[in-house]
Ligand binder design. Structure first.
Ligand code: AQP
Length: 329
């Protein structure tokens, strides 16, 4: 059985992009993969953070994932398992500055004011490689935005193997869902939907009520043209494309099929149908999340149990990596 590793930053409540790009696939993969799912709280320190908010959001994210169908024993938070930090440091020393300089996510997140960002943001992809390889995971379900980081993780694994004269680390395969691989902001179809976008209206979260969802979809930016009947008609219409792609992904239909149904109409009826579809799938997740959040002790116990399992898998792997680099035990 192939091992899957995937993580999500507890930098906010998971949103529709996280759901379609990651969480929904995680839930499906559990049936026939050995899955390890991680709340990557160490990655959350790469951008400015507030301790109490991080604590609250880690619990909130745990509740959302469990409500979305993640099995409790497969979930834990990264900082509770030391294998991540230990292998992350080794990879900091294997990875090359030239490789990190090419990472577009660093450029996007750091913007023009690079000198002021944390060193953690810069070496984030090295820790992500360690997250995966500490478990010898070979399949990593991620959104399209993470493709470059997976390629870097493979470069690190190969260089480690080459330098240490071993074939210890396996090759990782990014598992990118074809539909809605990148969900865009509801306010700007050229920006990805993100937890850190200051506008609440830019994203649908997994704790939104049915009313929140309906309102956000009603207010979602569109243009004044009717929907086209063919995919080519979405060219240059980023917001329309995004909403149609979301509908297609949620309904498990092709974009063409959605346009055949709604093409030629204005956005009104389409938005109503999209809101209904989203409410039907996401409102029960939000309700279950709220229920789980009422019992913080239970959530903490679930994470502790998940961390124990994660330790039992990663500890022998990271100890072997430490032996290979020449550390004494
Ligand atoms: N908009 C998106 N569309 C599709 N997939 C997405 N993912 C994130 N945003 C989208 C996928 O969700 C998983 C977890 O992502 P993450 O939270 O660890 O990091 P991120 O990509 O940095 O997500 P955000 O929302 O943009 O967080 P902030 O604002 O904190 O940086 C990943 O598999 C990712 O591909």
């Amino acid at each position: 059985m192939k091992r899957v590793f995937s993580g999500i930053q507890p930098t906010g409540i998971p949103h529709l992009g996280n759901y379609l790009g990651a969480i929904r696939n995680w839930a499906t993969l559990q049936a026939d993969h050995d899955c390890v799912f991680c709340l990557v709280d160490m990655h959350s320190l790469t951008m400015p953070w507030e301790p109490e908010t991080l604590r609250r959001q880690t619990l909130g994210s745990a509740a959302c994932l469990l409500a979305a169908g993640i099995e409790p024993t497969r979930l834990y938070n990264q900082s509770a398992v030391s294998a991540h930090a230990r292998l992350g440091w080794i990879f900091n020393c294997v990875s090359r500055l030239g490789w990190l300089n090419r990472m577009t996510q660093f450029k996007d997140k750091a913007g023009k004011n690079r000198e002021n960002h944390s060193a953690g943001l810069y070496v984030y992809p090295n820790l992500m490689a360690a997250d995966i390889l500490a478990f010898h995971a070979t399949r990593v379900p991620v959104g399209d935005d993470q493709r470059q980081h997976i390629e870097l993780a493979n470069d690190i694994a190969q260089k480690f193997n080459h330098d240490m004269g071993t074939d210890f680390f396996p090759t990782i395969e990014a598992f990118i869902p074809p539909a809605a691989a990148r969900v865009m902001s509801l306010r700007d179809g050229t920006k990805k939907m993100s937890k850190s976008d200051p506008s609440e209206q830019s994203r649908i979260t997994l704790t939104d009520t049915a009313d929140d969802i309906a309102l956000k979809i009603r207010r979602a930016k569109t243009d004044s043209e009717p929907l086209p009947s063919e995919e080519a008609g979405l060219e240059g219409r980023a917001e329309a494309r995004n909403l149609v792609a979301i509908y297609a992904a949620m309904a498990n239909e092709s974009v063409e099929a959605v346009l055949q149904r709604f093409g030629g109409e204005g956005f009104g009826p389409f938005k109503t149908a999209l809101a209904d579809l989203l409410v039907e799938s996401l409102a029960p997740v939000a309700e279950e999340t709220r229920r789980l959040l009422e019992n913080e002790d239970h959530l903490l116990a679930v994470l502790r149990q998940g961390a124990e399992r994660a330790r039992s898998i990663s500890e022998p792997i990271v100890q072997e990596a430490e032996r290979l680099v020449g550390f004494l035990r």
